[in-house]
Ligand binder design. Structure first.
Ligand code: HEC
Ligand code: HEC
Ligand code: HEC
Ligand code: HEC
Ligand code: HEC
Ligand code: HEC
Ligand code: HEC
Ligand code: HEC
Length: 242
């Protein structure tokens, strides 16, 4: 994260400007800056409070529009930046990797985060799978679900913002799978080709499926017989499907 240098210097800069302008008698700025906290509470009771909000630095995000009076006039208070520009004053840009998540690319940071305070960690509006289902179809109710998906831990595998890996995954495949599953079970003397190549998703769905072991197709218990011939028809079906 970048240090909020601009914020640090703004008050001094602003007060200098105010004094200068009042000396010139232009009257475009109030001699006394509007104290937001006189009328608005800065003590929302939520457990997680955004640091500039808690510090009463309302002006790092809000400002009084020129020639308008608040609260007498509508829309007199405006945000100092649109979308992610508001946040990138202090936070690193989150759209620099190869793959950027849709709402991050469009600057909808406050779709997932609250700007002031929240009962949830990381100022999130929702937790677990709920925050994803606001936009994504619920394909996560199959008969056989993958452990971390059941627990709603979408972020164990996906980065919420961006990644150089496809599908904004935190790691490539099969490293991602092998970060939790025993690699030794897949590195014996004779390893089935798609397994060796790490193409786990040729056979398993990453989230869940109607079949045991969340396989993409129904399969018999003796699937892992040593003979390649036993599984050849299945592999061919999979390859044809891709
Ligand atoms: C935190 C829960 C959550 C997860 C996990 C999640 N999304 Fe998305 N997501 C999108 C959009 C838009 C796309 C891009 C769709 C496209 O390109 O077809 C996308 C794409 C994705 C992709 C595919 C990325 C790719 O490179 O193909 C993944 C994975 C994903 N989202 C995961 C809107 C959202 C919104 C709406 C505000 C929310 C909330 C949201 N997404 C929450 C979530
Ligand atoms: C004199 C009291 C007072 C002060 C000082 C004040 N406000 Fe307000 N503000 C109000 C009232 C009253 C409303 C209208 C509430 C409503 O309509 O529900 C309001 C509404 C708002 C709104 C939402 C509607 C709109 O007009 O945009 C925002 C945002 C806002 N204030 C921000 C601020 C900020 C930021 C400051 C400090 C720069 C500030 N206010 C200072 C009284 C005040
Ligand atoms: C990090 C940026 C940021 C800071 C700091 C911040 N706000 Fe906001 N505030 C926002 C954004 C963004 C919205 C618009 C929320 C929306 O549209 O859902 C907002 C909305 C508001 C509203 C409209 C009603 C509401 O709560 O949604 C008021 C009033 C308000 N802010 C007052 C304040 C006051 C008072 C402070 C300082 C104690 C402050 N804000 C500090 C970003 C900020
Ligand atoms: C004026 C500077 C400033 C602005 C503008 C700002 N932030 Fe922050 N934000 C901070 C600081 C400082 C922290 C605390 C960092 C820390 O504790 O490491 C923080 C922390 C956060 C956190 C982590 C909270 C936690 O509990 O760990 C999130 C999420 C966040 N900001 C989102 C946003 C979003 C979204 C916006 C735009 C609407 C935004 N910020 C705008 C300064 C800012
Ligand atoms: C689809 C929902 C979503 C969107 C959109 C989104 N975030 Fe986040 N953000 C998250 C989640 C979830 C986390 C917590 C990730 C975790 O704990 O691993 C997070 C964490 C953060 C953090 C804290 C990082 C840390 O490591 O502590 C910051 C700062 C942040 N987001 C800023 C932003 C900004 C700025 C934007 C807009 C450019 C944005 N977010 C858009 C879901 C989102
Ligand atoms: C174990 C790791 C893992 C977990 C946990 C996980 N995903 Fe995925 N997800 C993947 C992989 C791998 C892909 C890409 C290949 C594919 O389509 O199966 C993917 C693809 C996606 C896509 C884009 C393709 C599509 O099917 O639309 C979305 C959206 C998505 N995941 C959302 C989610 C959500 C929401 C959650 C939490 C309920 C979640 N994922 C949990 C690994 C995971
Ligand atoms: C965050 C850890 C994690 C990651 C990453 C992960 N898994 Fe899993 N996986 C689990 C857990 C936990 C279970 C449930 C274990 C259980 O119930 O016995 C599971 C179960 C499975 C099962 C079914 C086992 C059974 O007995 O039903 C398969 C198959 C599987 N995972 C494949 C994958 C693949 C393929 C990937 C990569 C796309 C992957 N996993 C990534 C944690 C993970
Ligand atoms: C050619 C298809 C295929 C590929 C590729 C494949 N698997 Fe499997 N996997 C299976 C089948 C079939 C089973 C079920 C075996 C049984 O219990 O009958 C299984 C079972 C599993 C299990 C559960 C093991 C247990 O003891 O129940 C895990 C975990 C797993 N696979 C992970 C992976 C990972 C990680 C990869 C990629 C490195 C991978 N698989 C690649 C077909 C495949």
């Amino acid at each position: 994260m970048t240090t909020p240098i601009r914020i640090k210097y703004r008050p001094t800069f602003l007060s200098a400007l105010t004094i200068l302008l009042s000396l010139l008698g232009t009257g475009t700025l109030r001699a006394e800056p509007l104290d937001c906290r006189r009328c608005h509470s800065d003590s929302e009771k939520a457990s997680v409070r955004h640091s500039p909000f808690a510090a009463g630095e309302c002006s790092s995000c809000h400002q009084l529009a020129q020639d308008k009076r608040h609260p007498e006039q509508k829309e007199a208070i405006v945000l100092v930046g649109d979308g992610s520009k508001l946040c990138s004053q202090c936070h690193e840009a989150l759209d620099t990797a190869k793959n950027v998540h849709g709402p991050v690319a469009s600057g909808d940071c406050i779709f997932c985060h609250t700007p002031h305070s929240s009962p949830n960690d990381k100022l999130l509006k929702d937790t677990g799978i709920a925050q994803c289902l606001n936009c994504h179809e619920n394909k996560f109710q199959q008969k056989y679900m993958h452990g971390p998906v059941v627990e709603g831990k979408c972020f164990i595998c996906h980065d919420p913002h961006q990644s150089d890996n496809p599908f904004i995954l935190k790691m490539g495949l099969p490293a991602l799978c092998l970060s939790c599953h025993d690699a030794s079970a897949m590195s014996g003397k004779s390893v089935h080709a798609p397994v060796r190549k790490g193409n786990c998703l040729a056979c398993h769905d990453s989230h869940g499926s109607p079949y045991r072991k969340h396989l993409r197709k129904d399969f018999q218990e003796n699937f892992y017989l040593p003979s390649t011939l036993t599984i050849l028809p299945f592999v061919l079906t999979v390859m044809r499907r891709r």
